[in-house]
Write a protein that binds this ligand. Structure first.
Ligand SMILES: [Zn+2]
Length: 160
């Protein structure tokens, strides 16, 4: 089944109009229509919003979309000491935008996600702010991990 058809059926089953779904998700009425007509593939972020509004299992939705569930490892899976060492190495600044606290909060993220064989070790860890991390998640969902890693390789120094 295609994603648009799947979403339309899920929405009808819940007796929710396109307009109501738009209000629930803050995604425009016209964009939702395009998604249901297969004219537009929803981003990972919008897929999550729709899944939440329609109470659909995210895993099913991502499968239909071809997105990997949980592409990005959360920082809390990193040992606190190692996390701290990475923060020191990266001078408590986001490696993408250069911002640090108190303006942004920092996360330690895996460069290559665990699901793709990435290990929790210094040369695979990087300090990112929450905003860049969010942007990165969306980037991977839209452009793919390979493209993301291409950028990361040139920009990130990862030795402790
Ligand atoms: Zn940043």
């Amino acid at each position: 089944m295609k994603i648009g058809e799947f979403l339309r059926l899920a929405r009808k089953e819940k007796n929710i109009t396109l307009r109501q779904l738009s209000d629930l998700t803050h995604i425009s009425f016209s964009q939702l229509g395009k998604i249901e007509r297969e004219e537009h593939k929803p981003t990972r972020e919008n897929s999550l919003k729709i899944a939440e509004a329609l109470q659909i299992d995210q895993t099913i939705l991502f499968k239909l979309l071809g997105y990997q569930h949980e592409n990005i490892e959360k920082s809390h899976s990193v040992d606190p000491l190692l996390r701290y060492k990475v923060l020191v190495r990266d001078r408590f600044k986001c490696k993408v935008c250069g911002e640090g606290p108190p303006k942004v909060s920092l996360e330690v993220d895996l460069i290559l996600p665990k699901a793709n064989g990435g290990e929790i070790k210094p040369d695979n860890l990087v300090c990112l702010c929450d905003q860049c991390l969010r942007g990165r998640t969306l980037f991977i969902a839209n452009e793919g991990l390979e493209k993301d890693l291409l950028f990361a390789k040139n920009k990130i120094r990862t030795t402790l």
